[in-house]
Design a protein around this ligand. Structure first.
Ligand code: GLY
Length: 339
């Protein structure tokens, strides 16, 4: 009898080993130009993508490439929106969300509200590869990570704790927390996040989205990043898309799924990213009601990239970085609204 476990394993193996083109007798597998992209510009792009590109360009596994790249941001305490060093929830506890998806098997895995684990995208990968589930949350996700040998660590850096404390002390004039003297608090709540998407030389597609989510969120709040179809989606015949910014808007538009389906219908990655931004503005009743930002990045199976945001950021267009056989590059996207 074929159990579900065996069945899934079987299709995974067949899918992974034999890309569609190579299954057609007598037809040669077309060599694709590999590319790895991330939703950051110059400042982070090069260091994030370097380990992934090293793996991809030397014939390593696509999933290893995107995981190692995403791990760079997760492990860096300077980044306050992803992994270790991310800003905490309203109680001062860091809760992380991450997802991963793999084109040849169309399989995926994710974790949400996971505490104490620095590299949630690596846990998401294990959910995809070593369970019959897709989404594991909260204490269950942490226990799953421990079972796989991950260490539970304090993710709240001094930098993030001080930023959180200033937010808490400035929250209200009618509670018992006082800000320090010379208080000039004027900080915006951040929704950082990083998407890492890749296409290998077989034309196979994979992606990761990882984040600490909305700063000072209500404990247990889950954003778009770990929800397949929202913060991340891909199709091995089309390409991949990932979102950053206000997750609630991406959730209620099934953002990344929308972008990939627009690409399937013939739009370029750039046109598809712009279409999602317009859709979000439309469902909010027009630009006058937009007091948030979202950014979407995409890559087609053939390696064409796209990037669009609803608003510009500090006078700059939204950016993505990519590494391909042409070297490291930064791509300027488009935005709908000038700030
Ligand atoms: N896009 C990240 C979040 O809203 O959690």
């Amino acid at each position: 009898m074929t159990t579900r476990r065996k069945f899934i394993k079987k299709i995974s193996t067949v899918g992974a080993a034999l890309p569609i083109a190579s299954q057609i007798q007598g037809k040669e597998v077309k060599k694709n130009k590999p590319i790895i992209i991330c939703s950051r510009g110059e400042q982070w792009g090069e260091k994030v993508l370097r380990p992934g590109w090293d793996i991809l360009s030397s014939g390593g596994k696509l999933l290893d490439a995107i995981e190692k790249s995403a791990n760079v941001t997760e492990l860096d305490p300077e980044d306050t929106s992803v992994g270790y060093g991310g800003l905490p929830n309203e109680h001062g506890i860091v809760q992380l969300d991450a997802s991963i998806m793999y084109g040849p098997t169309h399989n995926c895995g994710s974790v949400a509200s996971i505490e104490g684990i620095k590299t949630p995208c690596s846990v998401a990968r294990l959910v995809m590869e070593r369970t019959d589930h897709i989404h594991i949350v909260g204490p269950g996700a942490q226990k799953f990570a421990i079972a796989h040998g991950f260490k539970v660590e304090n993710l709240l850096t001094e930098k993030a704790r001080k930023i959180w404390l200033r937010w808490k002390e400035n929250l209200s004039d009618s509670d018992d927390w006082f800000p320090p003297e010379n208080n000039n608090y004027d900080e915006k709540r951040i929704t950082g996040t990083i998407n890492v998407l890749g296409v290998d030389s077989l034309g196979d597609v994979a992606g990761i989205t990882t984040t600490s989510g909305l700063a000072y969120k209500i404990p247990g709040r889950v954003g778009d990043s770990p929800i397949i179809g929202a913060g991340l989606y891909l199709d091995n015949e089309v390409g991949a898309a990932g979102a950053t910014g206000r997750g609630e808007e991406i959730l209620r538009t099934c953002g990344s799924f929308y972008v990939v389906e627009q690409m399937r219908a013939g739009k370029s990655p750039q046109e598809a990213c712009e279409a999602l931004c317009k859709r979000i503005v439309d469902i909010n009743g027009g630009t006058k009601n937009i007091d948030f930002n979202d950014k979407i990045v995409a890559v087609s199976k053939s390696g064409e990239v796209g990037c669009a945001s609803i608003k510009e950021r500090k006078g700059n267009p939204p950016k993505l970085a990519y590494w391909s056989e042409d070297g490291f590059n930064v791509y300027d996207g488009t935005y709908l609204i000038e700030e």
